[in-house]
Design a protein around this ligand. Structure first.
Ligand SMILES: Cc1ncc(COP(=O)(O)O)c(C=O)c1O
Length: 394
């Protein structure tokens, strides 16, 4: 019998480096190893009470059915309110698609917007899934890398990457993995560039409210003339620690884009989970003090992490302005971040994510969404393991 071959697409798509680390961390913990997981991408906070009650009530109704494909009216209403409060923009239900996480919203966008041969531009460091998702949609990822030592590209670098094949620009701010926010001048220039060149700009705003030191993210709608090129993706995963609900959304004034994204979703997953949609609506409509509490906790975790990392010589660190990730340059110890992360996992039992997965080798992404005790102990172990490494080389 001849071998069954898989699609070229399947052969060209890699694993998610972050999900792989999570699986490895889970396996080591299961074996009873005292692993410290600083590679994670979800806040430890428990789910908001309102979300839990909504799920229980819905489950007890014994009516768990298909929902409208692009999202329930109640959840869309909550997203309309969210968009008005956070972006000053009044949108209609037809401007919204609710998906299985921001991730599916992004993927629906790519399926609806890009063609074979199109190019999609995004800056490095980037979220691990962007290149693979762009490839799955048949387009070519065009990665714009910052100057050596910097973690942010300039507008001019983005501008000069645009060709007549460019279909979209993806921006994520605050950024996973750097924690940095693109400033207003940059966002304004990219919004205007997208309009001038008639290309889409997708803002992945999944962390836009997880910001520190009184900072806020520039609002792209402030610079857009008609909103037709602009798409904003977001969700409840990071904001409320509700990663397991799998609810995100995309908002755009471009109704034909949203409708096309809806067709992609209707023909793939039909609709979202009924239980998850009621829970997400309840979280968005309930007490929002949990977001402020989460930001204060994360800011304090960040400060603990930075203070601990400062004890390790030869690192180059940029202070995160948001998210729950730091992206420090460890290249003095090993420019091969994959090998260094593997070494730290084996010798220090600390899980971190290699920078190469985010497009910049030599860096490690260290999350600060774990407990402060784990952060302190994790960095202590990393320091010790790096000292051992230096001793070996002396
Ligand atoms: C930049 C970025 N975008 C999107 C997502 C996906 O979020 P969701 O859980 O809503 O699919 C993540 C999750 O890690 C992320 O870091």
């Amino acid at each position: 019998m001849s071998d069954l071959t898989l699609s070229k697409r399947a052969q060209s798509i890699g694993d998610s480096a972050t999900l792989k680390i999570n699986a490895l961390a889970r396996a080591l913990k299961k074996e009873g190893k005292p692993l410290i997981h600083l590679g994670g991408g979800e806040p430890v906070f428990p789910a908001p009470q309102a979300a839990v009650e909504a799920i229980v009530e819905k489950a007890q109704s014994r009516r768990i059915k298909y929902t409208p494909s692009s999202g329930t009216p109640e959840l869309k209403e909550a997203v309309i309110k969210y968009t008005l409060e956070n972006y000053g923009k009044k949108v209609a239900p037809e401007n919204i698609i609710i998906s299985a996480g921001a991730k599916q919203a992004l993927f629906n966008f790519l399926l609806a917007a890009v063609e074979e041969g199109d190019e999609v531009i995004f800056p490095a460091p980037y979220w691990v899934s962007y290149p693979e998702m762009v490839k799955m949609a048949g387009a070519t990822p065009v990665i714009v890398r910052p100057e050596q030592g910097s973690l942010q590209v300039s507008f001019e670098q983005i501008e000069s990457a645009v060709t007549d094949k460019t279909k979209a620009i993806l921006l994520n701010s605050p950024n996973n993995p750097s924690g940095l926010i693109f400033d207003a001048a940059f966002v304004k220039a990219v919004v205007q560039l997208a309009e001038k060149k008639n290309i889409f700009l997708l803002m992945d705003d999944i962390y836009h409210k997880l910001v520190f030191d009184g900072k806020s993210c520039p609002n792209p709608y402030d610079y857009s003339t008609n909103g037709q090129n602009l798409v904003i993706a977001n969700g409840v995963s990071k904001l409320y620690g509700l990663t397991g609900l799998r609810i995100g959304w995309a908002v755009s004034e471009n109704k034909s884009l949203i409708s096309a994204m809806g067709r992609m979703q209707a023909q793939s997953t039909s609709c979202n989970s009924d239980l998850s949609e009621v829970a997400a609506a309840a979280a968005l409509s309930g007490d929002q003090s949990c977001i402020k509490d989460l930001c204060s906790l994360l800011q304090s975790n960040r400060n603990v992490l930075l203070a601990e990392l400062a004890q390790i010589p030869h690192l180059k660190i940029h202070q995160p302005q948001g998210t729950f990730y730091s992206f420090a340059d460890f290249s003095y110890y090993n420019p091969d971040s994959q090998a260094l992360a593997q070494y730290l996992l084996e010798k220090a039992l600390v899980a971190v994510v290699p920078g190469v997965a985010f497009g910049l080798d030599g860096y490690l992404r260290i999350s600060f969404c774990a407990s402060q005790d784990s952060i302190v102990e994790g960095v202590r172990r990393i320091k010790q393991a790096l000292e051992n490494l230096s001793l070996k080389e002396d």
